[in-house]
Design a binder for this molecule. Structure first.
Ligand SMILES: Nc1ncnc2c1ncn2[C@@H]1O[C@H](COP(=O)(O)OP(=O)(O)OP(=O)(O)O)[C@@H](O)[C@H]1O
Ligand SMILES: [Zn+2]
Length: 481
């Protein structure tokens, strides 16, 4: 830990307490977060773990040094939902080729989306399909882990599948607080005749000729969902590491089963020290999810008027997400986006003209608030205080601190000041935009184009969108850089 750094404390789902964070090795602090299943655009709910754990990554880098933190976020590119999507979208291609098209396109989109949200790239972003079979570099892989589990008496072959035997692990269920009786009573777990116990879960399943598959000691097949994270975390972080994260919905069964697999395969009494889970982003009290159809994609928010009739800057989405503590539910609304936008404009305006010649790093009081289980709300109150100082005549030092802190938090120093959002608009631009709208409404397209071109010559680009409720046209502008 660098001198003067605060003591971190983090809430641990495993112990249900906030605890001081002590890394296993301060020279290499290790974190794994479950990443997206890449078959479709990510929705703004999926962005929540990305942003929350990016903030933690930044904080860890600050406290332990950027070179001393390893962050792994996987890409799940093998899944039955992907197969279905590939067959639907590319019916004429061989399935493997179709799958490749779907996963590559979606992974590219995901990378672009999360970059726009101000998130750093994780140290490693492994793809599950690279970890199915034994690897030339000898890193852990799924087939070897499954074989080890069978050897050690924790898994068995039945009905063409390899299954994990939950009764082989006395404390199975400790993370979610479910015991085996609960799991037996849980009627939602399909009772397959070939399972010894209804809670036993799949490590490997057979593939038909049409399904993607790999040759294994148990025939041609594909891995279950949970085993991939056991393999990829071990590959980059070792058998036991510091922090494992994801959304609340992953506690059971996904993380419970990761723990069972990893501990039983490696013979350890823990997989990760601290288990962290973000709350749900909700719409009218319900989890935003693809299956409920109540979702809006990150891309829609960044580029269209799908919410509130305007496109939102990635920094605004990021702040709108962080304004609520990461463990609480968020109701995502236009009002929240507007609040985030105006707050960010205030901060950026206050930081404007702060010289950034030397790297002064983030403000200590902001870091201290975040060190308390990522209390962003209190950090933002501290930022408000710095912004007030920066707005005074002698505010030069505060301006610098504010700018550096905004950057540390993953925001730009001036990203909103160069666009129409909430910033005092030079009157000639407002007048030209209004004149163009009038021309469009009067169907004088030549005049509308003339105005657009005139602004383009001054380096001002216009973006049109429609208000989803009224259908009314809205125009935003930005300075092209
Ligand atoms: N509404 C939400 N709020 C917060 N986190 C979410 C939400 N929906 C999904 N996540 C998280 O996003 C990450 C990626 O999950 P995944 O790709 O499996 O999406 P998903 O859960 O299948 O989405 P959906 O429930 O819409 O099908 C996981 O960490 C998951 O916990
Ligand atoms: Zn996982």
């Amino acid at each position: 830990m660098t001198s003067g750094s605060p003591q971190l404390s983090l809430y641990n789902t495993l112990t249900r307490k906030k605890e001081p964070f002590v890394p296993i090795d301060a020279g290499n602090v290790r974190m794994y977060v479950c990443g997206p299943t890449v078959y479709d655009f990510a929705h703004i709910g999926n962005a929540r773990p990305v942003i929350v754990f990016d903030l933690l990554f930044r904080l860890l880098r600050h406290v332990y040094g950027a070179e001393h933190v390893t962050y792994v976020r996987n890409i799940t590119d093998v899944d039955d939902k992907i197969n279905a999507r590939a067959a639907r979208d590319f019916p004429d291609l061989p399935l493997n080729e179709a799958i490749r098209r779907v996963t590559e396109k979606t992974a590219r989109q995901f990378a672009a989306d999360v970059k726009a949200l101000g998130s750093l790239e994780p140290t490693y972003q492994p793809r599950a399909t690279d970890f199915v079979l034994p690897r030339p570099d000898g890193k852990p892989d799924m087939v070897t882990l499954i074989a080890t589990l069978i050897e050690r008496g924790h898994a068995y072959v039945a009905g063409g599948e390899v299954l994990f035997d939950v009764t082989s692990m006395p404390d199975y269920g400790a993370l979610s607080g479910r015991n085996l009786e609960d799991n037996l009573a849980g009627a939602r777990i399909a009772v397959d005749a070939h399972k010894k116990n209804p809670a036993d879960f799949v490590l490997w399943k057979q593939s038909s000729a049409e399904e993607p598959g790999w040759d294994s000691p148990w025939g041609r097949g594909r891995p279950g969902w949970h085993i991939e994270c056991s393999a990829m975390s071990a590959a980059y972080l070792g058998d036991v590491f510091d922090i494992h994260g994801g959304g609340l919905d992953l506690i059971f069964p996904h993380h419970e089963n990761e723990i069972a697999q990893s501990r039983c395969a490696h013979g350890t009494h823990e997989m990760a020290r601290v288990w962290m889970h973000n709350g749900f982003l909700q719409v009218e009290g319900q989890k935003m999810s693809k299956s409920l159809g109540n979702f809006v994609t990150i891309n829609d928010l960044l580029e269209t008027g799908a919410m509130g009739g305007q496109a939102w800057h990635g920094d605004v989405l990021r702040l709108a997400m962080l304004m609520t503590h990461y463990r609480e539910p968020i109701d995502f609304s236009v009002k929240r986006l507007e609040e985030a936008q105006s707050k960010l404009v205030d901060w950026q305006r206050a930081a404007r003209d702060g010289q950034s010649t030397e790297d002064i790093g983030p403000d200590a009081s902001v870091v201290e608030m975040l060190a308390d289980d990522l209390n962003f709300h209190r950090a933002s109150v501290a930022l408000d205080a710095i912004a007030r100082q920066a707005n005074r005549e002698d505010g030069q030092a505060a301006k610098q601190a504010l700018g550096a802190t905004l950057e540390f938090l993953g925001f730009g120093r001036d990203t909103l000041l160069t666009s129409g959002d909430g910033w005092e608009e030079p009157p000639h631009i407002a007048a030209a935009v209004a004149a163009r709208l009038a021309a469009l409404n009067g169907k004088d397209f030549a005049e509308a184009d003339r105005i657009r071109n005139e602004l383009a010559e001054q380096g001002i680009a216009l973006m049109d969108s429609k208000d989803p409720e009224t259908g009314e046209r809205r125009t935003k502008w930005e300075v092209k850089r």
